[in-house]
Design a protein around this ligand. Structure first.
Ligand code: GLY
Ligand code: MN
Ligand code: MN
Length: 431
């Protein structure tokens, strides 16, 4: 991508800062899995969004003083030996030339320089509580900055989570293209899984199929640990063990999406291991699918984000009454929240650089309203574990269906519809 895009994003962020303030954006550090085995480096999403820069232990400072803007980045220093072991570093010169920062310094200078950078500022913005150890560092820098001059105003520390998140919430065309690509790759992997599950014996073999299908299409990593849950394992919402045998009479719930060029997809499909839904599985499946379709229809500019939530709750409540799992008046049952024993999570979340992407869900005292460029998941489910007080025939059925929905000027676009959710289409694909 044209590197100017990141510079423009920094300018947009700076426009929203008050005069005499500094915004700090820390990048990610290397994370260790055990001993000295490091996880592959993944840049922190907001840092990436405003820089495109992918080296660990970096820090951006955007300074707005006397209405003038200056963007500074601290980066790992050039180091011949380290570059032989770990790869090329841009260094400060590369950060200015190739990433269009106004100034750049070695990150070894941060603690030394930051009190001077903050001195005279009235406010320092950053995302409070997000990076371990960073809060204390900011406090140390502001204390050191204030103590430079007894008569200067104190520096207020202000949380920038909403400011940053709400810029990221509206996706630009470039981001939408990357998310579409992540969605296409992920949908294709789900299709391959549906085609081959009949020959699989274990959850793990299906997990490996997804990782392989993602990777061979250019997405080396999943956007989150895949959930590959046979039968009742689907009732554990964050099941990631993926280490059980598959039972031919069970459903298989797979929640798996890839990360493509830093952007996430998030898809769930639930399909029968045998290739054919049982009557009970199909009855519950259709309730979830009806909830899903009705909820997606309500994802439109101007509608509250609570609309798909409420619609899905109502459709699921009515469906559970129809099949006899809940007894009573659906309106009353909905008011009482009786569905929550079976559908206990929310309908969705923002999607972007993070699978649970940045951006508020409230605007003042009201829920956010959909605007073009937002991308939300829609993911209703019904989970009936064997400990529930229902007829035995329903026990062990756990179903979720999840698509990724882009809000457009004239409605919405389902970015993941390529992989079927209609049960007849699923059965035909699996046959
Ligand atoms: N895959 C995580 C979620 O659906 O929220
Ligand atoms: Mn999701
Ligand atoms: Mn998901």
């Amino acid at each position: 991508m044209n590197i100017n895009v990141y510079k423009k994003r920094r300018a947009k962020l700076a426009e929203q800062l008050p005069n005499n303030s500094v915004l700090l954006l820390p990048g990610a550090d290397i994370q260790y899995r055990n001993a000295d085995s490091a996880h592959p480096f993944r840049q922190e999403s907001s840092f990436y969004y405003f820089s495109g820069f992918c080296e660990a232990e970096s820090l951006i400072a955007i300074i707005k003083r006397d209405k003038e803007l200056c963007s500074i980045v601290f980066v790992p220093p050039k180091d011949k030996l380290k570059e032989i072991w770990d790869g090329y570093r841009e260094g400060p010169i590369g950060a200015v030339e190739n990433f269009l920062f106004d100034k750049a310094y070695d990150n070894t200078q941060i603690d030394l320089m930051m009190p001077d950078i903050l001195h005279g500022a009235e406010q320092v913005f950053y995302s409070i509580g997000k990076k371990q150890g960073f809060d204390q560092r900011v406090i140390n820098w502001t204390t050191a900055a204030s103590s430079k001059d007894r008569h200067s105003k104190s520096i207020n520390i202000t949380d920038a989570t909403s400011l940053i998140g709400n810029i990221r919430l509206i996706k630009d065309d470039h981001e939408i293209d990357l998310i579409k690509k992540a969605c296409d790759i992920s949908a294709e992997a789900h299709i391959e899984a549906m085609k081959s599950v009949k020959d699989a014996n274990t959850e793990q073999s299906i997990e490996s199929l997804y990782l392989h299908e993602f990777s061979k299409r250019g997405a080396r990593f999943p956007a989150y640990p895949p959930i590959v849950a046979g039968g009742e394992n689907a009732c554990v919402l964050h099941y990631v063990e993926n280490d059980q045998d598959l039972n031919k009479n069970d459903l298989l719930l797979v929640d798996a999406g890839c990360e493509y060029e830093m952007y996430a997809a998030d898809i769930t499909r639930t399909f029968p291991v045998s290739g054919k839904f049982s009557d009970e599985q199909l009855e519950i499946y259709k309730i979830v699918l009806n909830a899903m379709n009705a909820a997606i229809d309500s994802v439109k500019e101007g509608n509250s984000i609570m609309m798909p939530q409420e619609i899905s709750e109502k459709v699921i409540t009515e469906g559970l009454v129809q099949v006899g799992i809940l007894q009573g008046d659906p309106v009353e049952l909905h008011k009482k929240g009786a569905f929550k024993d079976f559908y206990m999570h929310k309908i969705g979340h923002w999607l972007g650089l993070d699978v649970h992407d940045a951006g508020d869900y409230m605007e003042g005292d009201d829920f956010m309203r959909f605007k073009p460029g937002m991308i939300t998941t829609i993911e209703p489910g019904i989970y009936i574990s064997s400990s529930m007080k229902v007829e035995d025939k329903w026990k062990g059925i756990g179903i979720r269906i999840e698509d990724d929905i882009l809000v457009t000027k004239d409605g919405n676009e389902n970015l993941t519809k390529k992989v079927p959710s209609d049960p007849a289409e699923i059965e035909s694909l699996m046959s």
